[in-house]
Design a protein around this ligand. Structure first.
Ligand code: HEC
Length: 126
């Protein structure tokens, strides 16, 4: 009887643990515009990534003004920081890179998720 009880408690605790993991999902952490309805399945460089970079990065990272030696307004040049890993660290505000946009807020969660998805899919010129 006692053993049955502890098994039940263990099962309940396990269920609770797992359900709380669900609660910490990206959708719950970033509601609304953010992660909730963020479609990261059909990202491409030209349709998804370029517009985000144009709006947030290119003014400081182009052929004329290349802060930190980084150029974000063309694919080939962008591959340098992408392949070095510093692009991913900078936009996600991870240790090892100056956080970008410079002196600004992180990009909105859905934009970040799309860029991260694009990187994970091989950072293709598509
Ligand atoms: C207002 C200007 C400005 C904007 C906007 C900006 N950057 Fe930067 N960026 C800089 C400066 C300045 C540096 C050099 C920082 C340093 O070395 O201290 C830099 C450096 C970087 C680096 C190299 C970081 C490192 O640690 O070596 C990357 C990668 C980068 N930027 C990417 C981006 C991306 C991606 C965006 C858009 C999301 C962006 N930047 C927006 C000014 C800007």
């Amino acid at each position: 009887m006692k053993l049955k009880h502890s098994i039940l408690i263990f099962a309940a605790a396990t269920a609770l643990t797992f359900s709380s993991c669900y609660y910490d999902s990206e959708e719950e952490l970033y509601p609304g515009t953010a992660g909730g309805n963020c479609d990261t399945t059909a990202v491409s460089f030209s349709a998804t990534i370029q517009p985000i970079l144009a709006a947030n990065c290119n003014s400081c990272h182009n052929a004329t003004v290349a802060n930190g030696g980084v150029v974000t307004d063309n694919y080939d040049a962008l591959m340098n920081p992408v392949n070095a890993g510093v692009f991913h660290k900078a936009i996600n505000h991870l240790p090892g890179a100056v956080p970008m946009p410079f002196n600004g807020q992180k990009l909105p969660p859905c934009e970040l998720m799309k860029i991260n998805a694009w990187i994970n899919q091989g950072a293709l010129d598509n």
